[in-house]
Design a binder for this molecule. Structure first.
Ligand SMILES: Cc1cc2nc3c(=O)[nH]c(=O)nc-3n(C[C@H](O)[C@H](O)[C@H](O)COP(=O)(O)OP(=O)(O)OC[C@H]3O[C@@H](n4cnc5c(N)ncnc54)[C@H](O)[C@@H]3O)c2cc1C
Length: 397
């Protein structure tokens, strides 16, 4: 592929084709607001307070942040978003993320809901992957204990053993159903102190379901300085075990929390010393996977323009077709549309996480999106700038 046919992420007509004028105005208003750190801080605090006091928030949240970043309150409710994305060759990853559950009945309910997303995707090519967080199927306390037990630093009680059996059963149910539906499923990565248990589960599932096809994908957070080595070891174990790997590469979402905890506990931080080191390892991991596509399939989960473009260039250098089924790109709904829709227009496999669920339960997710968009100020202002350029282009057309 020649360099001239690589996507241009500043093609605003292509990027925002799916937005009506009213939706474009809403996006401009929203990104202008969340570009103001003080406002996000105050808004987040007020939303947390309203949640704690059980004050209804739907009236304020539904038509604004929720409509922008979420598909709807249920799978059916998300249909319009799924169809709209598919009309522009962007596929969906339905994301039901219940957070912080501990009750066994709630954990079972989350498992059933994720199972419903797998069934919804069955036979419907508009869906790219299913996804889940292990912390939606287990208490975090148990995952932490299991991690310590796996490292030989603690033993599990009988009750813990039984609870861990149930978690494994839930995870297996989801992977089994995905394999039966001929689909693919992503296991999100989380905080480092629960990630060892998640890694063990993910490798177990890849060993069981990635023999003929790549069904199960684990996630590697490249803001951790140990992840390139982990990827190499994981691939070696897979090679020895006779199965293939699926890997979603991301930079990582819990940096502040990780650093604070490491400092509080007097441990060395698992996080890279600076952004440049994270960027270097992310790009190195992408290149490393591209050289092993026979054994490792890739999902690149990033809003970083340079990283996405670099992946396109690396694919071109290796003579890979943009639509190679072993490589996928992914962004979150409502973020980095210029990347997503321009990739899709150039024939790359690209998908959006489409979070859905009751508004109250989506609030923590929405607060994180607002904070993330504030903390990556450069990118937010770039997105805002592109949105405004599209507004002017339409006004003068
Ligand atoms: C489809 C998709 C799926 C995702 N799944 C997961 C997941 O399973 N688990 C998860 O943890 N996150 C996940 N994320 C979030 C992701 O990890 C990033 O937080 C987010 O995408 C921002 O990184 P970026 O590559 O888009 O862009 P950028 O804006 O270029 O990078 C920002 C990121 O760089 C890192 N960083 C920033 N400053 C520093 C610093 N001083 N030192 C070291 N590193 C720094 C942080 O990871 C920060 O989030 C996902 C994101 C997407 C788009």
């Amino acid at each position: 592929m020649s360099q001239s046919s690589l996507p241009r992420f500043n093609d605003t007509a292509q990027a925002f084709q799916h937005l009506s004028n009213a939706e474009l105005r809403r996006a401009v208003a929203l990104f202008s607001l969340i570009g103001k750190p003080w406002l996000v801080q105050v808004g987040s605090a007020m939303a947390n307070l309203a949640l704690a006091l059980r004050i209804p928030l739907g009236w304020a949240v539904r038509p604004t942040v929720y409509a922008h970043f979420c598909g709807g309150e249920s799978i059916d409710d998300s249909e319009e978003t799924v169809a709209k994305l598919a009309a522009h060759n962007v596929r969906t990853i339905l994301d039901y993320s219940a957070e912080g559950q501990t009750d066994e009945a709630d954990l079972d309910a989350t498992c059933s809901e994720v199972l419903a997303t797998i069934h919804a995707a069955d036979g419907d090519a508009r869906h790219a992957f299913a996804v889940f967080k292990v912390s939606g199927l287990s208490s975090n306390a148990l995952l932490e204990k299991v991690g310590k037990a796996l490292a030989g630093r603690a033993a599990l009680s009988q009750d813990d053993e039984a609870a861990w059996e149930r978690v494994q059963r839930r995870v297996r149910t989801l992977c089994e159903a995905t394999a039966a539906a001929g689909g693919r499923i992503l296991i999100d990565a989380e905080e480092s102190w629960i990630q060892d248990a998640i890694d063990a589960l993910a490798e177990d599932m890849m060993s069981d379901y990635n023999r003929e096809q790549v069904v199960v994908y684990t996630t590697a957070q490249m803001y951790r300085h140990d992840r390139l080595a982990y990827l190499r070891d994981m691939a070696e174990r897979a090679e020895e075990g006779g199965y293939a790997c699926g890997v979603k590469l991301v930079r990582g979402a819990y940096m502040e929390k990780e650093r604070e905890r490491a400092e509080k506990q007097g441990h060395p931080s698992p996080i890279q010393p600076d952004k440049a080191s994270t960027d270097r390892d992310f790009d190195a991991a992408v290149a490393w996977v591209l050289d092993r596509l026979e054994r490792v399939h890739l999902v690149a989960g990033s809003h970083n323009e340079a990283s996405n473009l670099r992946l396109c260039e690396l694919m071109a250098e290796r003579g890979l077709d943009p639509g190679d089924a072993r490589v996928a790109f992914a962004q979150l709904l409502g973020m980095s549309d210029p990347i997503t829709f321009n990739l899709a227009a150039h024939g790359y496999n690209v998908a959006k996480y489409v979070p859905y669920g009751p508004i109250r339960e989506a609030i923590p997710y929405l607060i994180r999106r607002a904070q993330e968009n504030t903390s990556v100020a450069g990118q937010t202002s770039r997105e805002l700038d592109l949105l405004k350029r599209e507004q002017s282009r339409r006004n003068s057309a």
